[in-house]
Design a binder for this molecule. Structure first.
Ligand SMILES: [Zn+2]
Length: 260
């Protein structure tokens, strides 16, 4: 987790194990998916003024570069990329070190399948093989093992096979609560109405880049934190394990919460 301290990381690791145990943490009522037993997140804790911007597919190197330049203007903003495996390799060929550079800047990477196939139509063994192929591509471009925590299913399809993949590979299914992908002015208006903990789904496309150009200055002026999926998920787990009335502060440091 690039932007978490070692202590935070260990704590989250323990909490995640807890969430995967025989007595899983109960998801928010509105988040429940019938028959889906692996962890699944639509949004993080509503208690914090944090929002996660996520960028799927990552097909276009040019748009990756312009987004990276935009993000460089807001070094405190961290986002999560959900590239397909084929593009991990392809973009690396065109710009050696691109993924390492993004991770070094504190951004996060999650899985979006190797070739954008609906995981729901894969067999369980096929889905595991597809993930392993994606993970091998990630390891190749980063030059080292990376702690992948999230999978965004292609076409946002929640399926029994996705459930098995998450359980077998220790992944959290990452959905979203605010959709990008439209006219930038409309998306910007939706972002202005966002709540703490929202997950915004973007793609590496011109419209979504332009929406980000509009939104980032406004988010900064209005004291929003752009956080990785790991950060948002850590908030979510903290909220789940803290009893009602437990006073969480609004700081960034997980060690200052009731979960001590
Ligand atoms: Zn996609």
């Amino acid at each position: 987790m690039p932007n978490l301290s070692r202590r935070d990381f260990l704590k989250i690791g323990g909490l995640t194990l807890l969430s995967l145990s025989a007595n899983p943490l109960k998801p928010h009522a509105e988040d429940q998916q019938p028959n889906f037993t692996a962890p699944l997140i639509w949004h993080g804790s509503r208690r914090f003024k944090r929002i996660a911007f996520t960028y799927d597919d990552c097909y276009l190197l040019y748009r990756m570069h312009t987004l990276e330049e935009l993000l460089d203007q807001y070094p405190e903003f961290k986002v999560t990329f959900f590239p397909v495996g084929a593009k991990l390799l392809n973009l690396e060929e065109q710009d050696a070190g691109i993924w390492k550079r993004l991770v070094a800047k504190g951004h996060e990477i999650g899985c979006h399948s190797f070739e954008h196939v609906n995981i729901g139509v894969m067999s369980p063994s096929g889905a595991l093989a597809d993930y392993d192929k994606w993970y091998a591509a990630l390891t190749q471009v980063l030059g080292e093992e990376y702690p992948v925590r999230f999978v965004r299913p292609p076409y946002d399809i929640i399926s029994p096979t996705l459930d098995i993949l998450c359980q077998e590979r220790g992944l959290v299914a990452a959905l979203f609560s605010v959709g990008g992908g439209g006219e930038p002015e409309i998306v910007f208006n939706a972002i202005k109405k966002a709540q703490g903990g929202d997950i915004v789904q973007m793609h590496i496309r011109t419209d979504d880049y332009n929406s980000s150009v509009l939104a980032f200055p406004w988010l900064k002026e209005n004291n929003w934190e752009l956080a990785t999926m790991s950060k948002l998920y850590a908030d979510y787990l903290q909220e789940e394990i803290n009893p009602p009335g437990c006073a969480l502060d609004t700081g960034n440091d997980l060690t200052r919460t009731c979960a001590e």
